[in-house]
Ligand binder design. Sequence first.
Ligand code: FMN
Length: 313
Amino acid sequence: MKVGALKIGDTQARNNLFLAPIAGFTDYSFRKLILPLGVGLCFTELVSAKGLYYGGKNSETLLYCGEDYENTAAQIFGSDPYYMRWACESKYLEKFRIIDVNMGCPVPKIVKNGEGSALLNDIKKAESVIKEMVKSGKNITVKIRTGIKRGDDIAREFSQMAEYCGAKLITIHGRVREAYYSGEPDYDAIARAKKAVSIPVIANGGIFTKEDADLMAERTGADGVMIARGAIADPFIFSKISGENPPIKTLKEFALAHFDEEIARIGEKRAAVEFRKFVTYYFKGAKNSKQNRMAIMTTEDVDEIKRLLSETL
Ligand SMILES: Cc1cc2nc3c(=O)[nH]c(=O)nc-3n(C[C@H](O)[C@H](O)[C@H](O)COP(=O)(O)O)c2cc1C
């Protein structure tokens, strides 16, 4: 696929390869390390607009970007236009130039409040949310799925609505809610949406290799791609797609630096626990990793974890 800078409203992503928002994974430590490896733009984990309104400390932590707000968009969720605009104009999002609204989350806790992918069922509500957010003057982007049930295709209509409301970019996860994260992406639905709008369209879903990215770009005609699980499994996927020479060369180097970053940010005890979920990804494909993975899952000794990482990767 063709890799290059992408204009998003009055700002620009340095390239069109985006790291997806992934709750529980794309925290500041991970984003900081992966950004120099060829990522054009990354996103915070989803943050509740109401949570920010009521002063949730956790939401603030999720939005932390150190010194680098340039290359990160904040992702918020909610269905009340008032809170959504308030969040965009709040001090919490002051440093972000791009604010993304989550309209794809399938998690029942969120859907039952009419938020996340529930908005795909209520285009009028989605429209008023986007319109109010746009009034904040920020570059508003929207992340959707292709529908709720198999056979749905709301991507085209939703993309047109989002553009009409003033959104500056739309990301389409080419799966319906009921498919969660599995199955082949619906390339055609993304392609139809892309043809119907003039704002950039980013295609997402099932990209684990450079070949998958090329196929996605070719089949959809999208302006760029967004990668979620494929980036945790292989943080070098962006540089593999763009052909850039990454400053970190090996997964061992990346994993050790990532763990150090976690320790510096949240302390040894929490880092040891939080890091376990990444190890499952990092060790996939590593030879004889089972025993060392089990050992990491049951220890809080950071030196031992580093030793096991070095030995396995
Ligand atoms: C554990 C997990 C957490 C996720 N968290 C978010 C989130 O916070 N916001 C969001 O828009 N999408 C979230 N997603 C969806 C991803 O951004 C992405 O759309 C989806 O995983 C499909 O991309 P992939 O096939 O490359 O993984 C999450 C996905 C997973 C697996």
